[in-house]
Ligand binder design. Sequence first.
Ligand SMILES: Nc1ncnc2c1ncn2[C@@H]1O[C@H](COP(=O)(O)OP(=O)(O)OP(=O)(O)O)[C@@H](O)[C@H]1O
Ligand SMILES: [Mg+2]
Length: 138
Amino acid sequence: MKVDVSSLTQLENFAQLFSQNIKSGDVVFLQGDLGSGKTTFTQFLLKHLGYQGRVKSPTYAIYESYKLSQFELIHMDLYRLSSPEELYYMAIEEIIDNHNVVIIEWPQKGKGVLPPPSQTLTFKLLNSTLRELNLDNA
Ligand SMILES: Nc1ncnc2c1ncn2[C@@H]1O[C@H](COP(=O)(O)OP(=O)(O)OP(=O)(O)O)[C@@H](O)[C@H]1O
Ligand SMILES: [Mg+2]
């Protein structure tokens, strides 16, 4: 599935649709350029899953977790990981268990350690205002 997004409102609408199809145990890879909207998408997704607090980018912490009524959502950003094996020190097996939803920015940094995704969403910046989103369901 391919969607063109040229505003934050359109990104939010897509995140709302996405929120209706997500379920406990899903692992979602967010791929794409720096600044293409991965964190912003996750913020909208959390909002439409009912989370009312602040959502910060987990770039430094590597991950943040959010307790929702339906499941716990883990938002990871592996950009600063120096090797996939670092994930073992963070007890990755406990973070990615069958009950959580895990959203992962820069998943290629965890290659070989991360489980396969249930969905991959790829963000492409076509120009300064137009983005293309591609959703692949595994
Ligand atoms: N669809 C959009 N329309 C307009 N602005 C957007 C859109 N998506 C993201 N932005 C803006 O682009 C900037 C970068 O977005 P964001 O931090 O979500 O990118 P990212 O993909 O998470 O980047 P990184 O790889 O650095 O983590 C933010 O200021 C955000 O508001
Ligand atoms: Mg980000």
